[in-house]
Design a protein around this ligand. Structure first.
Ligand SMILES: Cc1cc2nc3c(=O)[nH]c(=O)nc-3n(C[C@H](O)[C@H](O)[C@H](O)COP(=O)(O)O)c2cc1C
Length: 177
């Protein structure tokens, strides 16, 4: 049954406070392995991952993210980037503007759910200056950073967070029959 997966989806929340405990390399590898299993248009896989543990690079990423300090406080930050030219080679403008972003977003969500499965916490950080993030990692112009994912053991159980408000079902779901 898919119960475990549904539970992970229902339990996932953004975590922005972490214990200093290190996260094993093997666990991060399994989490990125889950990202690599995401669907991707034409199997192009236009994604790249940087696993950042070095404090000064995490600090530079936090600055690029307009001072979101928890990026620096997490023991590990995975930066997920897209390679628009790979998607463009197969799909033109639709590839570079849409598919490469959708593909990396699917990979990111797989990671966030795997994080829950390992008892870890994470947050999708999308508010950052792309050039500053590129500079922090020495990336070329061909690589577009899409998200920073700080990962660590949650300081507090995310189950204790207030339930997040949801838009009404009828406003977002339309049944056509
Ligand atoms: C594209 C995207 C960008 C986001 N950027 C940030 C961010 O820069 N900083 C942050 O703290 N949270 C960020 N979030 C997390 C959202 O704030 C969070 O998912 C939302 O408030 C719902 O809360 P939940 O994740 O706990 O369910 C981002 C989420 C997405 C999908």
């Amino acid at each position: 049954m898919t119960k475990d997966l549904v539970e992970a989806i229902e339990q996932r929340r953004s975590v922005r406070e972490f214990k200093p405990d290190p996260v094993p390399d093997a666990t991060i590898s399994r989490i990125i392995g889950c990202a690599l299993m995401a669907p991707t248009a034409g199997n192009v896989q236009p994604w790249r991952f940087w696993v950042v543990r070095r404090p000064e690079v995490k600090a530079a990423l936090a600055r690029a993210a307009f001072g979101q300090g928890f990026v620096e406080e997490a023991p590990v930050v995975v930066v997920v980037a897209a390679e628009p030219k790979r998607s463009a080679a197969q799909y033109g403008k639709r590839g570079s503007e849409l598919y490469c972003i959708q593909d990396t977003a699917a990979a990111i969500e797989n990671m966030l759910l795997a994080v829950v499965a390992y008892g870890l916490g994470a947050c999708w950080v999308g508010a950052f200056d792309e050039d500053a993030a590129r500079h922090a990692l020495g990336l070329s112009e061909d690589v577009r950073p899409v998200a920073m994912i700080p990962i660590g053991y949650p300081k507090r159980d995310p189950a204790g967070k207030r339930p997040r408000p949801q838009r009404p079902w009828d406003e977002v779901v339309t049944v056509v029959e």
